[in-house]
Design a protein around this ligand. Structure first.
Ligand SMILES: Cc1cc2nc3c(=O)[nH]c(=O)nc-3n(C[C@H](O)[C@H](O)[C@H](O)COP(=O)(O)OP(=O)(O)OC[C@H]3O[C@@H](n4cnc5c(N)ncnc54)[C@H](O)[C@@H]3O)c2cc1C
Length: 487
């Protein structure tokens, strides 16, 4: 565990305990558990603070600003980028206890505290025939505050968009401790600058969200799932383009799995879903909405897959749909059959260049000799590139880092972005120069300096270079690691 500031904040922490009492913990186990996130690279904090009231966040930030103590806000730490790890020590502000929410049936808004769990909001909306669409795969654990800070996406983005598309208003505190509300709990408003959207995706560097107003939709009443096998990765991705260009159907899911992902997932399930075409690249397709619309979409999808796929399966029940989904659910965890570690890049390219990226990854595999599995959201160009490597070998770590660099250079050359939904954190700082020019960096830094003049909120992220492959991860099992096959 790295800590550059061992007892520099002790005095400020004493003052914090005087103000916030039992909300502040310096217990060794607490400090360890909040020293890392899903990236598993640890930095020791000086205190973990769990506010009982939203107003305590303002008190903490005022003190932190006064004494220049770094503050790292945290939901449940499921980010894979290191953005919730306390890079320079100081105080970890754990908001997972502020988890209340309620649905207003008249406006169809959900008023949620930052620590509310995304999946619980979805379940509560569903119980009322309503729908909160953003669906990161981590939704059972992650918080709405974390989703907002990362502008989280998910499988349904192709039809429904990302977290940003469902945020009406945000309430919280500036890094100086002043209370603000960006946006209003109204169906429309057009007053002042849109600072709400500046907070969304800013990875906890520009303010702390304590409360959000979310937009809900009526729940789709029907859905239909398909799984199709193709001759090649390019055939899958060109077929996706054909469907989208046709414009007749707006699918809610278009998930791509390359051969290596399918091989791993089929190993996990213990059977092949298409024995006549084992380990072929796959596409998972779903359409949802009014039952009559889903019937019409189904006919179009059947014709399209009949033309472009080798073969396909269609679900006739919720149970069958779940069976088709299993291959997609398994593939992330099943990767660990290939090697003990992965560098997971959530890159995004224009939809028309996805096949070019996947072809290029073949070249990277050949040059590095590493298994690289690709799966993800083909309908919005957001592909997860999983470079698998053995972290016990320093040599292999460097080869893996080079593989990622090659991929990132290609992504940007294709007109893409180095992150589609996870953000930069520490993990991707090595590649930000590829995407942002001097003027863009300068504009971002100027905003940071205006809102956070003492650089106390989540310092060390986005702007400073960090090379994760040079750090030993902590050996811990996190709740979401359970799908990882042992051995
Ligand atoms: C198994 C797994 C699957 C995943 N699948 C997806 C996916 O499909 N799509 C996707 O987008 N991501 C995915 N993720 C990444 C991660 O779950 C998301 O980024 C999620 O939004 C993080 O939420 P969290 O509550 O864990 O936030 P944390 O990890 O605790 O924090 C993430 C960032 O948000 C900041 N932050 C947290 N709360 C606040 C707040 N209240 N105010 C200001 N800043 C705050 C933190 O400082 C940090 O920078 C996945 C992760 C895992 C482990």
């Amino acid at each position: 565990m790295s800590n550059m500031n061992d007892s520099r904040y002790t005095q400020a922490t004493v003052l914090l305990r005087q103000r916030l009492g039992c909300s502040v913990s310096v217990d060794g186990r607490d400090l360890f558990e909040k020293s890392f996130d899903g990236m598993k690279i640890a930095f020791k904090a000086d205190a973990v603070v769990r506010p009982q009231e939203e107003s305590e966040v303002g008190i903490l930030l005022q003190l932190a600003n006064q004494h220049r103590v770094p503050v790292t806000t945290r939901g449940v730490g499921s980010t894979l980028t290191g953005s919730a790890a306390p890079r320079y020590g100081g105080w970890v502000l754990d908001l997972s206890g502020l988890s209340e929410f309620e649905i207003d049936p008249l406006t169809n808004f959900c008023h949620a505290q930052a620590g509310a769990i995304t999946g619980e909001i979805q379940n509560a909306a569903d119980a009322q025939g309503r729908f909160y669409p953003p669906d990161p795969s981590s939704l059972k654990w992650c918080t709405i505050g974390g989703n907002i800070a990362c502008n989280a996406g998910g499988l349904r983005c192709v039809k429904y968009g990302v977290t940003r598309d469902y945020i009406v208003a945000l309430e919280g505190y500036l890094p100086t401790g002043e209370h603000v509300k960006f946006g209003r709990d109204l169906k429309k408003f057009s007053s002042g600058y849109n600072l709400r959207d500046l907070w969304i995706g800013s990875e906890g560097m520009l303010g702390v969200v304590t409360r959000a107003t979310l937009k809900l939709l009526p729940a789709p009443r029907s859905r239909q799932t398909f799984l199709a096998a193709f001759t090649s990765e390019r055939a899958v991705l060109e077929s996706v383009q054909e469907l989208l260009v046709g414009g007749e159907v707006q699918p809610s899911i278009l998930e791509f799995l390359d051969r290596l992902s399918v091989k791993g997932a089929e190993g996990g399930i213990g059977r092949s879903l298409f024995p006549e075409a084992p380990a072929s690249p796959l596409l998972l397709v779903e359409t949802d909405g009014h039952p009559a619309q889903v019937v019409e979409d189904t006919l179009t999808i059947e014709k399209w897959l009949g033309r472009t796929a080798i073969t396909f399966l269609k679900s006739n029940s919720a149970k069958e749909a779940e069976e088709l989904w299993e291959v997609r659910r398994q593939c992330s965890g099943a990767m660990f059959q290939l090697a003990n570690s992965k560098l997971n890049q959530d890159v995004v390219v224009p939809i028309c260049r996805e096949a070019d990226l996947v072809d290029f990854i073949d070249t990277v595999r050949e040059k590095t000799g590493l298994p690289i599995a690709v799966f993800g959201h083909a309908g919005d160009g957001n592909l997860h590139v999983n470079v698998m490597y053995d972290r016990s070998s320093r040599e292999t770590r460097v080869v893996a880092a080079n593989a990622v660099k090659m991929v990132m250079e290609k992504v940007v050359a294709l007109g893409g972005s180095i992150s589609g939904e996870h953000g930069i954190g520490l993990a991707k700082t090595a590649y930000t120069d590829l995407e942002f020019g001097n003027a863009e960096f300068a504009a971002m830094k100027a905003i940071k300096k205006t809102l956070d003049p003492r650089n106390i909120l989540n310092p060390g992220k986005l702007f400073e270079k960090f090379e994760p492959w040079r750090h030993d991860p902590v050996e811990v099992q996190l709740p979401w690691d359970h799908t990882r096959p042992l051995g």
